[in-house]
Structures are given as structure tokens and as C-alpha cells.
Design a protein around this ligand. Structure first.
Ligand SMILES: [Ca+2]
Ligand SMILES: [Ca+2]
Length: 232
């Protein structure tokens, strides 16, 4: 197969997702340089590489950890803070269950992280501080993923603080949970003004969220005013 720039991009992205490591530095600028709180224009993480990444963990049995949730909202509930895991949570029969989560810094010195909790099924989900105060999510959405994850709730959270995640009840008394940090899933999107599906390198945004309309995930348009010229 001829290895075009587009194919190379896809191959690199796929490899980086599979390995959970940093994305290709030549294609994606260093997302670690900027601490990101949830961007004001971020309204969804549904159709993103972050959701695909969450499904990688969801589908990988080696990433699974089984946890029995607490029957009460307590900071002594079992923790689910380990990254790159897929938690299968067993809830009390017919009732809500709770676990705890402590955000870590994606870059040394970060004090806030934007974090998405992906759920299957789309059960009621409440995040509380250690003192029991409900935290309002930045985004709370139903999603359509390539796996069973069907709900995504995104917050700005304080690094090092203990939070209580209360969820359910759920059918079968089970909720599957995958956590993703937006800082670790940011992708560069390029403005495609002429609609040829190739973007310009001179106008781009770096985000883990769905991009604004008119942006595409590949560049190599040396004339973004002429749809007959692209991949150049
Ligand atoms: Ca274009
Ligand atoms: Ca063009």
C-alpha cells in the first residue's frame, strides 16, 4: 500500500492510542506545555479520539479492574484513580454505589485537570467533594461510542483532592467506568476553508473536544482557497 501522508497520520494516531503513549510530536504539538481547563467553546467530547481511546480500555480485558462500590457516599469508599484502566463497578442491589477518585497532574505543577468519566450504562452520576457538596459538570452528555460507553460527564477538578463518585442504580447492579484526562487526549485540528477536507497548517486548534465546524484532523492543504488543490 502506498503510504500517503493521510495514511501515515492515521497509522501514527492508531499506534499512539494503542500504546497509551504520547501522540506523534511531529503532528501534534506538545499538549503538555499548556494546562488546559475545559475550554469555553467545548460542548461535547462524543465524537473524538478521546472517546475512541476510552473504548480501547473498555474493550481490553487486561485493563479491567473489578471494584465493589460502597453503599454510602464516603471518602473511605474504594478508589478508582488508576489511569488507563476500565473499572467494572458492582453496586449495591437496586441502589446507588460510590467510589472515590483523586485527580493527578498530567504535568508537574498542574493544579486543575479537565477529566471525563465515561459510563456504561448511562446511569445517574453525581460527583461530590470530600465534604459532600455536589460539583456541577462542565458537560453532561449522552454519547454514541464504538463500544458500550454511552454517557460522558466532564469536569474541571482539583489535583490531589478526593472526590466521591456516586452512580446508579443500574440494571444488573453494574456500571463500567473509564476515566480520561483531556490534557492527554488533545488533537490538533486544522481550518478547512475551501471544504476539500484538507486543512491549513497556519490556522489550527489543539483540543480534546469536538472541534468547531470547518476544522479537519489533517493538514497538507497548501491552498485553502482552492478546493482543487490539496494534499500538497
Ligand atoms: Ca482545505
Ligand atoms: Ca485546497
Amino acid at each position: 500500500m502506498k503510504l500517503t501522508k493521510r495514511n501515515l497520520w492515521s497509522a501514527l494516531l492508531g499506534l499512539s492510542l494503542a500504546a497509551c503513549g504520547p501522540m506523534d510530536e511531529a503532528e501534534l504539538e506538545s499538549y503538555a506545555q499548556v494546562e488546559q481547563e475545559l475550554p469555553a467553546n467545548c460542548t461535547s467530547v462524543d465524537d473524538t479520539s478521546m472517546t475512541d481511546h476510552a473504548c480501547v480500555h473498555y474493550n481490553n480485558s487486561a485493563d479491567n479492574l473489578n471494584v465493589t462500590a460502597s453503599a454510602t457516599r464516603s471518602t473511605s469508599a474504594p478508589g478508582v484513580s488508576t489511569k488507563h484502566k476500565h473499572y467494572t463497578l458492582t453496586l449495591p442491589s437496586g441502589a446507588e454505589g460510590s467510589v472515590t477518585f483523586v485527580p493527578s497532574a498530567t504535568t508537574a505543577g498542574d493544579t486543575t485537570e479537565s477529566i471525563t468519566f465515561y459510563l456504561d450504562p448511562a446511569a445517574t452520576f453525581t460527583l461530590l467533594t470530600s465534604g459532600g457538596t455536589t460539583v456541577t459538570p462542565g458537560i453532561d452528555e449522552a454519547i454514541t461510542s464504538s463500544c458500550g460507553l454511552s454517557k460522558a460527564v466532564t469536569y474541571d477538578l482539583t489535583v490531589g483532592s478526593t472526590y466521591i463518585l456516586a452512580m446508579g442504580p443500574a440494571t444488573g447492579n453494574q456500571v463500567r467506568l473509564v476515566t480520561e484526562y483531556l490534557d492527554e487526549n488533545r488533537v490538533r485540528w486544522y481550518r478547512d476553508a475551501d471544504g476539500d477536507t484538507y486543512g491549513t497548517s497556519t490556522n489550527s486548534i489543539l483540543t480534546a473536544c469536538e472541534p468547531p465546524s470547518g476544522y479537519v484532523n489533517r493538514r497538507f492543504d497548501c491552498n485553502d482557497n482552492d478546493p482543487a488543490i490539496f494534499n500538497c
